[in-house]
Design a protein around this ligand. Structure first.
Ligand SMILES: [Zn+2]
Length: 455
């Protein structure tokens, strides 16, 4: 009789208890363009060359191969954020510009969507517009990344390039709508970042508009102070028109510069002289005033997702402007974003300390243009002027050095991405699902396995 009662009690406990003894969660932190050069730039500046970043304390570390294909399915060796975030989010290898769609322009389900369907809470945080490619790829599906709003889905201009829009993604054509429409009507519990202009009611007159103004049950935040409170139900916080201003900038807004070449050197580059750019100091960016930090958004998102939640959550966090400022040849802007990533990671690690079944992954989507080169050049004893054909920033570090950052991927106003493999960091939970060398799509599989999700 006693054993019967114990069995009955055990069965009752099993039926009433959650699957896991404690919530099971994944926090994926993506540094956009956060290749090993940027990791090293961040370490040199923030911790000193003999120091270490918080990242460096993570016990799992590896390298990740990025994969991209062209419209014929042939390999391309340099990616963009849309196709790489799609690989991380869905496991699909796809074309540049695609968001949540494979090479055949077919919608592919994301780890976030699978988690939500299984009862996990979900969140997206970014310092970019939340409609930008990296955050969007986790909860939206469009053929071209620039189809961010009910306006641009009809075509327009992005980064100076004219695009046709995404007719196949229009709601009236049976599609899911623009990225903003999809995010507004998604089941994502918390979305925080920039991009208010892509959601504003002025788009309400467009034929397919289902913007925030018409979505019921969403609390809309727009002020950093809002993040000090807590709110029930779905929350969308948009704190800037598009990309959020970065925390740091170069002194007087300076970025990398070309050498000043003497007239003799212009006649023949083996003679004459060159003048080095002045040293840049990193300083607070006045435009950041009033913005919530990535740390504050991370803290709010984790609080929101973990409140009254026995199941766990999937949260993706992007430090976006490591990449965006590298395009602009602005190392202080990139380093300030790395500092933000570190502060966000700290919040995640504190949560994981109290909730042991939390996998934290930090990785990048693709490489970026910056190189750390010698200051002065190794060839300074040659009897000719030696200088970079690109643009150079000489950044004063707090430990008293000069870190020379070279940008030389092209001759226009915006640097190119690069095709290097990207780093992978994870806490000890990663040992169960991650390997020292992975392809980007394997990270999707690893997160799915960790959350015990089936595809
Ligand atoms: Zn980029």
């Amino acid at each position: 009789m006693r054993s019967l009662i114990l069995t009955a009690l055990a069965c009752t406990w099993l039926l009433s208890s959650p699957i896991h003894a404690s919530p099971r969660s994944v926090i994926l932190i993506v540094g956009d363009g956060f290749d090993d050069t940027h990791v090293t730039m961040g370490r040199n500046y923030l911790a000193g060359q003999s120091g270490s970043l918080l990242l460096d304390e993570l016990s799992v570390r590896g390298a990740v191969q990025v994969e991209t294909i062209d419209s014929e399915g042939n390999p391309l060796y340099v990616a963009d954020s849309a196709n790489t975030a799609t690989s991380l989010a869905t496991g699909a290898v796809t074309q540049i510009g695609r968001v949540g769609k494979d090479g055949n322009n077919t919608v592919v389900p994301t780890v976030l969507e699978a988690a939500a369907a299984d009862g996990y809470k979900t969140g997206i945080v970014s310092t970019a517009s939340v409609t930008d490619a990296t955050p969007a790829a986790f909860a939206a599906h469009v053929a071209v990344r620039a189809c961010e709003s009910p306006m641009t889905i009809h075509g327009g201009k992005k980064y100076g390039v004219t695009f046709d829009g995404c007719p196949e993604d229009l709601v009236e054509n049976g599609g899911l709508g623009s990225i903003a429409e999809q995010l507004a009507t998604s089941q994502v519990d918390v979305i925080l970042g920039g991009g208010e202009e892509h959601f504003t009611p002025q788009y309400g007159s467009q034929p397919s508009a289902r913007t925030l103004a018409t979505v019921a049950g969403v609390t809309f935040l727009s002020d950093a102070a809002d993040l000090r409170g807590s709110h029930p139900g779905r929350v969308i916080g948009l704190f800037s028109e598009d990309t959020m201003p970065v925390k740091w900038r170069g002194s007087e807004g300076r970025t990398a510069e070309s050498m000043k070449r003497s007239w003799l050197n212009h006649i023949y580059d083996m003679i004459g002289s060159v003048t080095q750019p002045e040293i840049i100091r990193c300083e607070a960016n006045p435009e950041f005033a009033g913005m919530p930090s990535l740390e504050a958004m991370t803290r709010y998102a984790i609080d929101h997702l973990s409140r009254d939640n026995d199941k766990g959550f999937f949260l993706t966090i992007e430090s976006a402007s490591i990449d965006k400022r590298a395009h602009e040849r602005d190392p202080c802007g990139s380093i300030g974003e790395i500092e933000q990533l570190e502060a966000s990671l700290k919040v995640a690690l504190v949560y994981a300390q109290e909730h042991p079944n939390t996998l934290i992954i930090v990785t990048a989507d693709h490489g970026q243009a910056a190189q750390i080169v010698p200051d002065p050049t190794l060839y300074k004893y040659l009897p000719i002027p030696v200088y970079s054909p690109g643009k150079v920033a000489r950044v004063a570090t707090p430990e008293g050095g000069v870190m020379r950052i070279n940008y030389a991927t092209n001759n226009i106003d915006s640097e190119e991405h690069t095709g290097v493999n990207v780093p992978l960091f994870a806490n000890a939970e990663g040992r169960t699902v991650l390997k020292p060398f992975m392809h980007q799509r394997d990270i999707y599989q690893a997160m799915m396995r960790y959350l015990e999700l089936e595809r």
